[in-house]
Design a binder for this molecule. Structure first.
Ligand SMILES: C[S@@+](CC[C@H](N)C(=O)[O-])C[C@H]1O[C@@H](n2cnc3c(N)ncnc32)[C@H](O)[C@@H]1O
Length: 362
């Protein structure tokens, strides 16, 4: 397998790459192994500082960094959960912005990203606690560390630049590799298992539902015909054959199918549903939760859940009297979603679909 990122690095190759992925370019050492140095580029890069010696690696830039810090209203001595720590950028922002924050519990289900966050956040000592796990289990994970309530929770949903750009995850159609897609290598099912074992009907429905892909059934039919489908390139090519590519179409036709499988493999939507509810229970009164979502399926769940939890009545429309006995648990802080500025989108194109919603526990 050859990855663009692993080709011998010449300065023109690196420069092209840095434009392609905006400001998310990060390298480790460019590199004694390859016998090359490029001081001008090194100035623009963050040193990832771990296993990436000799390779060209990407780490993740935190999205809406300042907005998250501002809306969490960090408290002195506060305890915060970063439920999706990734490379640690948001945890770092929290710990830097309020030096008297006592602890950030940094949860991520991807042990491979945790090496990066631990390295980035080592300077904060015991103020940062790295936890491998599912954010939907945050109550138990916190309780295991003697913590029963927290002042704030951040969920920055989905996947990171590291996971989609670096090899080994099988998340991207940009490189040909085994069709895996698990963030957590302990996860039960890979994308290859889904495409090779689901019935045509179930696979079609999955692609339609989680990918919002209207041609899901036709794609499923072609996938079943092309079995076994074991690599990202194989799947992308099947989808391309079904959908074609309109002249000038910028988005890769396989994007929605890949999204659907990624969501299914990592049970993303059920984790969001469970995680939101658990997080509210864990918050102290007055504590805040910030959630960043990147596609409409996630954002709809977040929006409807917050609306429901903030409502004073959830009776079916048309009842003459309220009988639900609903007691609102939260106030919605921002009625309109917070989006990244034009400058942020320009410097980090991946931020463009981000939507931040914030609530405060009553
Ligand atoms: C958008 S990235 C977060 C980036 C991070 N805020 C940063 O600044 O680097 C999403 C992260 O959530 C993690 N993730 C996804 N689902 C998860 C879950 N159910 N539990 C814990 N982590 C999860 C992914 O592994 C990924 O590292």
């Amino acid at each position: 397998m050859v990855y663009k990122e692993f080709l011998p690095i010449k300065s023109d190759v690196v420069a092209k790459m840095s434009r392609r992925i905006g400001a998310t370019v990060v390298s480790a050492t460019i590199t004694n192994a390859l016998g090359l140095t490029e001081p001008r580029l090194m100035e623009n890069m963050v040193h990832a500082g771990h296993e990436s010696e000799g390779a060209f690696r990407v780490i993740h830039l935190p999205v809406l960094r300042a907005e998250v810090v501002e809306h969490l209203m960090l408290e002195e001595d506060g305890v915060y959960v970063d439920g999706t720590t990734g490379d640690g950028g948001h945890s770092q922002a929290i710990l830097q912005a309020q030096p008297s924050v006592k602890t950030v519990l940094g949860i991520d289900c991807d042990a491979r990203s945790m090496a990066a966050s631990r390295s980035l956040l080592a300077e904060f000592g015991q103020r940062f606690v790295s936890i491998h796990g599912n954010y939907a289990d945050m109550s138990e994970l916190a309780a295991d560390r003697g913590i029963t309530e927290v002042n704030g929770v951040l969920l920055d949903l989905g996947f990171s630049s590291r996971q989609v750009e670096n090899p080994g995850y099988g998340l991207s159609f940009q490189a040909d590799e085994p069709l895996d897609m698990r963030y957590d290598l302990n996860g039960d099912v890979t994308a290859a298992e889904i495409v090779n074992t689901y019935s045509e009907r179930d696979l079609g429905q999955l692609i339609r539902r989680f990918g919002e892909e209207s041609r899901g059934m036709s794609i499923a039919k072609a996938v079943v015909k092309g079995r076994p489908v074991n690599t990202t390139a194989q799947l992308a090519s099947i989808v391309h054959e079904v959908l074609g590519r309109r002249p000038g179409q910028k988005v890769n036709p396989a994007t929605k199918t890949f999204q659907a499988l990624r969501i299914a493999v990592n049970q993303e939507l059920s984790n969001v549903e469970r995680g939101l509810s658990v997080a509210i229970s864990l918050l102290v009164s007055g504590g805040r939760m910030a959630v960043i979502s990147y596609h409409s399926l996630e954002d709809r769940i977040v929006k409807l859940f917050f609306k429901h939890e903030a409502a004073t009545c959830v009776c079916p429309a048309g009842l003459p009297l309220c009988v639900c006995g609903q007691i609102p648990r939260i106030n919605i802080v921002n009625r309109r979603v917070i989006k990244p500025s034009n400058e942020e989108v320009k410097s980090n194109p991946r931020s463009r679909s981000a939507r931040l919603r914030v609530i405060q526990k009553i």
